[in-house]
Design a binder for this molecule. Structure first.
Ligand SMILES: Nc1nc2c(ncn2[C@@H]2O[C@H](COP(=O)(O)OP(=O)(O)O)[C@@H](O)[C@H]2O)c(=O)[nH]1
Ligand SMILES: [Mg+2]
Length: 391
């Protein structure tokens, strides 16, 4: 559990929280002290006159950002809440989820704290949602009128473009109508946020909302991604890995997709298996023990991929050596059981050896998949009420 505390701005009157038809602006911040005043100034200038608002900062900073927020909040004509987290659980995605849980208004706009997302678009995002009946309104850099002017350097542009294509390639239907699924700037109706999304496992929350909450209607508003006002980007190669894992997790959320992923990973295990066999026999090991040892290379490879790509979120209830032991047992039992199973199919069901082998392969694969789910990664039962409760 995260240790959290809330520091409301000094003059926040909780009775003044926004009426329906208002907006909660959620701003994740990590060491953005030089941007806070500018951001709140721009929000003050362009939002409250058109739409009642509150701002919720979810801060994981190690610098003086929290103090700067508390000071700047005194001059704001709208409520400002600061949720500072001592432990940055789930990183940026986890922070956005905390903000969504704490939001008091019917509309939630998520926006970066570095002024790359123009605050004057906040009322327009919400108005577009109200006008079109959309539950999700994405501020897009990649639609007519939008631009990624502030994306520093060809490398960042290429990464952003590649990530967008990858996401859209993996979810062609669910991301239809969203030209910029990597955007960190969007508006969502609180009623359209499902409990699934509020499990802080995501990285790109917009992607999670679009794929898992499946809003009935989506709209887009073009925007110009500006230069950072101050400070440096926090995006790193590590964030990139996180994004890939997030995509894999979303794609394999459904059991059938997970089974296909399990099969693909299993097939990829032939590579270390055969490489190991080649190396061991080259070293002069007899082929029978070499087969047995090389098989363990494949098992280890499969275990690593399955842990990181398929069952990442379901590992907490068992220690890693417990999971590895169970997984290895299932994988080796598969080998030991296959031959007697083939014999059974041939002798008692009168099948030909080829059919029997194919059927045995499919049977042991399904048993292994189901066994791995049930015996290694059975999710802990959690009350759904706890998921939807708001902070
Ligand atoms: N709370 C929180 N905010 C973060 C974290 N990482 C990045 N941010 C914030 O997320 C927003 C976008 O990050 P930024 O570094 O500008 O990413 P870029 O725009 O892709 O270069 C900024 O407001 C950051 O301060 C994090 O781990 N926790
Ligand atoms: Mg930024």
């Amino acid at each position: 559990m995260t240790h959290e505390y809330t520091v409301p701005a000094p003059d926040v009157d909780t009775a003044e929280l926004p009426e329906p038809g208002a907006v909660t602006i959620v701003v994740p911040t990590f060491n953005e002290s030089a941007n806070i005043r500018q951001l709140l100034h721009r929000v003050t200038e362009s939002v409250p006159a058109r739409l009642p608002c509150e701002v919720v900062f979810v801060d994981d900073s190690t610098d003086d950002t929290p103090q700067v927020i508390a000071d700047a909040a005194r001059d704001c004509p709208f409520p400002v809440t600061l949720l500072h987290r001592d432990e940055a659980v789930g990183g940026l995605g986890g922070a956005v989820v905390e903000g969504i849980k704490a939001a008091g208004a019917d509309w939630i706009v998520v926006m970066d704290g570095d002024c790359q997302h123009p605050p004057h678009l906040v009322p327009e995002l919400v108005a577009t949602g109200e006008r079109t009946g959309a539950d999700l309104v994405v501020a897009s850099r990649y639609t007519a009128g939008g631009s990624r002017a502030g994306l520093a350097g060809g490398y960042r542009v290429a990464v952003s473009r590649g990530a967008t294509w990858l996401a859209k390639g993996l979810f062609p239907r669910r991301l239809r109508g969203i030209s910029d699924p990597m955007s960190g700037f969007f508006a969502i109706r609180r009623s359209a946020v499902t409990a699934d999304v509020l499990k802080p496992l995501g990285y790109k929350i917009l992607l999670e909302l679009a794929v898992r909450s499946r809003p009935a209607r989506v709209a887009e508003v073009p925007f110009v991604f500006e230069e950072r006002f101050a400070g440096e980007s926090k995006s790193t190669a590590r964030e990139g890995l996180r994004f890939l894992r997030h995509l894999a997790g979303l794609r394999t959320d459904a059991p059938l997709a997970r089974m296909i992923g399990f099969g693909l990973i299993g097939a990829s295990g032939f590579v270390p298996n055969l490489a190991g066999l080649w190396a061991l026999t080259a070293l002069g090991v007899h082929y029978v023990p070499a087969e047995i040892i090389a098989n363990q290379f494949g098992v280890a490879w499969n275990f690593l991929l399955i842990e990181h790509l398929l069952f990442r979120e379901r590992r907490a209830h068992r220690r890693w050596w417990d999971r590895l032991g169970r997984f290895a047992l299932l994988a080796n039992a598969d080998l030991v059981l296959r031959i007697p199973l083939i014999a059974l199919f041939v002798r008692h069901l009168g099948m030909g050896p080829l059919t029997a082998t194919a059927l045995a392969l499919v049977t042991t694969f399904v048993v292994r998949f189901v066994g791995t789910e049930a015996l290694v990664y059975l999710p802990r039962r959690r009350s759904r009420a706890a998921d939807v409760s708001r902070g």
